[in-house]
Design a protein around this ligand. Structure first.
Ligand code: 0O2
Length: 232
């Protein structure tokens, strides 16, 4: 090591020490371990809810020869989004607060074929005796001013571990294919990093949201005509 490298090494070590001087490494390690466990419990809760929807889809397909679920997507909120949400709400980042105050760490989106399927699936899930409804927001009956439509449920579902049972919260968003198409593109346009989203684009998107609601209605009429004829 030459003299210059040696000096750099010293500076580097000094900077690292400075960075960590206010951090209790043991505390940080224990926080991280608890956080990893909590995230694993949320992953289990996602599996439980996904299974419930898969069972409902299967049953419906046997009974009526069609699938009400077109697709499902799930996600765990990223550590960066969790941190951002806690800061936005002025909440401490301890594990208890994360679990008690944030409802959307585990999220499942259920994309349904027809608008009626959204409510049929929501009712069927909420009728199950191990599911507790915590919050419901019906943005289909009451769309957001920007045109967003979706049914949001926050539910609590038990997960069974080797030595305990834990009730975990899961956010479920149920929407039709058309509502999902709109929401995905709106999200991409609105959150584009170059700030190019204009009020005219917002108007245009609202127009598109109303068009897709009309499309859903027409498709639902076709469904009633086709399937009711099949089962009459
Ligand atoms: P991500 O990455 O999708 O999870 P809160 O979650 O409590 O802070 P709020 O407003 O009470 O906020 O929740 P709400 O209204 O139930 O909406 C939460 C989620 O719904 C959002 O999650 C979006 O996924 C979706 N959402 C709500 N409004 C819109 C909208 O106008 N456009 C689109 N495309 N999606 C929407 P996050 O946290 O934004 O992100």
């Amino acid at each position: 090591m030459n003299k210059k490298d040696y000096k750099n090494e010293e500076v580097y070590r000094h900077r690292i020490e400075h960075l960590f001087e206010n951090i209790d490494i043991e505390k940080a390690r224990s926080w991280f371990e608890d956080f990893q466990h909590l995230m694993a419990y949320y992953r289990c809760a996602i599996m439980e809810i996904e299974t419930k929807f898969n069972v409902l889809n299967e049953e419906f397909s046997l009974r009526y020869d069609r699938n009400p679920i077109n697709g499902m997507k799930s996600r765990l909120k990223s550590p960066a989004s969790i941190k951002e949400k806690l800061e936005r709400r002025n909440l401490p980042n301890d594990i208890e607060t994360i679990e008690n105050e944030l409802d959307d760490i585990a999220g499942i989106r259920v994309i349904c074929s027809f608008p009626d399927d959204v409510y049929m699936l929501a009712d069927a899930l909420l009728n199950q005796d191990d599911i507790t409804l915590i919050k419901k927001k019906d943005y289909i009956q009451n769309p957001k001013p920007n045109g967003y439509r979706s049914l949001h449920l926050i539910v609590s579902v038990p997960i069974f571990l080797a030595k305990e049972k834990r009730n975990m919260k899961v956010e479920i968003q149920l929407r039709t294919i058309a509502q999902d198409f709109w929401a995905s593109l709106e999200h991409q346009l609105r959150y584009k990093k170059d700030n190019s989203f204009t009020p005219e684009m917002a108007d245009e998107l609202l127009y598109c949201a109303n068009l897709s609601a009309e499309l859903d209605e027409k498709m639902d009429n076709l469904r009633q005509h086709t399937f009711e004829k099949d089962h009459s």
